[in-house]
Write a protein that binds this ligand. Structure first.
Ligand code: MSP
Length: 653
């Protein structure tokens, strides 16, 4: 089976930014996922190099369009490897093969009577490079570019798009997956409920020369969208190339909502006119804003992929964007958000699970995967979670619900962290009679890590490769390179030698988190803030007003205390092991109010995203909230809790 996945070809009037990066990461992740499913995949991206906008940008720089497009197209091409994106083909609309095929198609569609010459007056938006209908305007402006469109009246060539309207409606209705998510399908159907106008597909050379000349009239060049959309065919050798045969039947396009209409209306009607089967699926995602604001040069908040990679690392960027955006809806990027995810999901949950498990395998069984011989309930639960993770992961990844696929993966990570707490390998290691149980527990952990290496491969290829190296697995081993064979429990061979590797995700300096930094600032200045809850000092009491946004930055969770002990040489501190839902250690200043025995089993509320701090030699990963009161003239702390037990890790809003 084959898969052909494309990104839009990006205009070369601007440099790559986070929006371009996201679409391209999505397409790359999907292509890697499909490869993992055993498919033959072709991933295509490229640059859209003709049209008004490009001609203008070149003029502004005082260079020829050719010189200009070569430079910017090169920037896009160089960006993708930085994001670990590996396209099979990078197409440029200035490629000679593309130009000649576009001309051949125009000639054919013209000859069959689907292109005609007419006079037209319309409202043209340069930003969109298309005529807008009155209905599309908001207060007389293009909603995407906040510019009034120009009224242009000229003679042009038109494509009889209206002729194919009914056929397109029928196709969309018969194929619910043709445009996804559903909200965009509905949007297109609603648009199609009104009569379609024909599409103007030429520009007079008196107004624009930077375009593909119409083969049947030298006084005109081709409208940039008619030229650009055809890249999806020319890039795979349409009409006669063998790759066209192999891949077109499996074509899937990824775009954002801004170019829905050209992809869901112009493109399918063009294909119908050309007698080429329609693409399989169109996947439409929302827009990335930055700090809740539209990304724009004038605001100065355009985020560049290379800077993000430099600052956070490529896998963190890939993971964050895929996990944070619900595919189809808008999302907001902030350094705060990406650092939080890096520290909590990647460093804490995944990184800790990996390093703890590897450390225990090294310490207790000489860095060699032991056999699994003794089964118990916790093993069954872990295997079940792994099995349901695989089902849900496959389904969501195939449906472009990456955030959901990753959520399922993190459920397994959290279950594995609990598995360690429940089984206490360090205790088993002290009792020689429990050696086979210890081996079984460590086997299950190694196997869980192998499965994680497998499913994280499309999302974080570099991290997955490091994990594979740590587990002593070879890159092209079926157990980590194929979901079919690798998705079966028990794939890690007994006797595999593990290797030591560097930490997967070093935690990031939280000082970069602006709003939290502000809260920290407040904490420092507030001497009254309690050092009684944990040694580092509690969150400042509300002497100063903080905004709702600042409150939202606090990650409060319900945590269950699973064990507690006194910290030597400290009267005040208890070392708590809590599940929230993953295991973490919190050092709390409650020893004068509670004995260790009293707190075990209690559900408390913690601040989960506090910067870790070392207290009396123990790293504390959070803060337990407690009320301060006085009993018989003595100050006392009373732990906060919930009125009914809830699953550990539940958020507190
Ligand atoms: N050249 C046309 C596409 C022709 S495809 C046959 C074009 N180019 S573009 O450079 O403007 O790219 C638009 C695409 O870039 C969006 O559809 C989306 O994939 C990506 N993004 C640009 N800004 C974005 C955000 N702020 N957020 C998410 N993606 C966005 O249109």
């Amino acid at each position: 089976m084959t898969t052909y996945i494309t990104t839009p070809i990006y205009y070369v009037n601007a440099q790559p930014h986070l929006g371009h990066a996201y679409t391209t990461i999505v397409a790359d992740t999907y292509s890697r996922f499909m490869r993992l499913c055993g498919e033959r995949v072709r991933l295509q991206t490229g640059t859209d190099e003709h049209g008004d906008k490009i001609a203008e940008a070149a003029e502004c720089e005082g260079v020829s369009p050719r010189e200009y497009v070569d430079r910017i197209s090169g920037m896009f091409r160089k960006t993708w490897p930085l994001l670990e994106v590996e396209p099979d083909h990078f197409i440029r609309t200035t490629d000679p093969e593309h130009i000649s095929t576009v001309q051949a198609i125009l000639q054919r569609v013209h000859d069959q009577g689907d292109i005609y010459f007419d006079k037209y007056t319309g409202l043209y938006c340069k930003g969109c490079e298309r005529f807008l209908t009155e209905k599309e305007l908001v207060d007389g402006l293009c909603p995407d570019h906040q510019q009034a469109p120009l009224e242009i009246s000229e003679q042009n060539y038109f494509f009889r798009m209206s002729r194919y309207q009914q056929q397109l409606i029928d196709h969309i209705k018969e194929n619910p997956e043709f445009i996804t998510p559903e909200r965009y399908r509905n949007e297109v159907l609603s648009f199609l409920s009104e009569p379609l106008e024909d599409l103007c597909i030429s520009r007079p050379t008196s107004r624009l020369t930077w375009g593909i000349p119409l083969p049947f009239d030298e006084n005109f060049v081709t409208y940039v969208w008619f030229d650009a959309l055809i890249n999806y065919l020319t890039g795979i050798g349409y009409p006669e190339g063998p790759d066209f045969e192999d891949f077109w039947g499996a074509a899937e396009h990824v775009i954002a909502k801004d170019i829905l209409k050209p992809h869901a209306i112009y493109w399918p009607t063009m294909l119908l006119a050309m007698g080429v089967p329609l693409y399989q699926r169109l996947h439409v995602h929302g827009y990335w804003n930055v700090d809740e604001t539209k990304m724009s040069k004038s605001i100065g908040n355009v985020v560049r992929p290379e800077e993000l990679v430099e600052e956070y690392g490529v896998d963190t960027l890939r993971y964050f964007t895929l996990r944070e955006m619900s595919f189809g809806l808008d999302a907001s990027f902030s350094s705060d958000g990406i650092i939080t995810r890096k520290n909590s999901d990647l460093a804490n949950d995944l990184g800790n699970l990996f390093s703890r498990s590897l450390a225990m395998l090294t310490k207790y069984v000489d860095a060699t995967v032991p056999p699994h011989t003794v089964d118990d309930e916790s093993d069954v639960l872990l295997r079940k979670t792994a099995a349901s993770m695989l089902v849900s992961y496959r389904q969501h990844m195939a449906n472009f619900e990456f955030h959901r696929g990753l959520r399922a993966v993190w459920e397994l990570i959290s279950q594995a962290n609990k598995y360690i707490v429940v089984n206490e390998p360090w205790a088993l290691a002290k009792d020689p009679e429990k050696a086979s149980r210890l081996g079984s527990v460590l086997y299950n952990l190694a196997e869980t890590l192998r499965l994680l290496t497998l499913v994280l491969r499309p999302v974080m290829p570099g991290t997955s490769a490091k994990m594979a190296a740590g587990l002593g697995l070879v890159e092209d081993d079926q157990s980590i390179s194929n979901l079919e064979t690798g998705g079966v429990w028990g794939g890690i061979p007994v006797g595999t030698r593990l290797q030591s590797i560097e930490s997967l995700f070093p935690r990031m300096d939280q000082k970069k988190k602006q709003p939290v930094a502000a809260v920290n600032q407040q904490k420092k200045s507030n001497k009254k803030s309690s050092a009684k809850v944990n040694g580092e000092g509690a969150l400042a009491q509300a002497e100063n007003i903080i905004t709702f946004d600042q409150v939202q930055k606090l990650e409060l969770r319900v945590a269950e205390i699973v064990s507690a002990e006194r910290i030597k040489k400290s009267d005040r501190l208890l070392k708590l092991t809590v599940m929230a839902p993953e295991e973490r250690i919190i050092v709390a200043g409650i020893a004068e109010s509670y004995s260790p025995e009293e707190v075990v089993g209690q559900q408390v509320i913690i601040v989960a995203n506090l910067q870790p701090v070392k207290l009396m030699g123990v790293v504390s990963q959070g803060m337990v909230l407690a009320a301060k009161t006085e009993v018989n003239g003595e100050s006392r702390l009373v732990l906060t809790t919930v009125s009914t037990p809830v699953p550990p890790g539940s958020g507190v809003a």
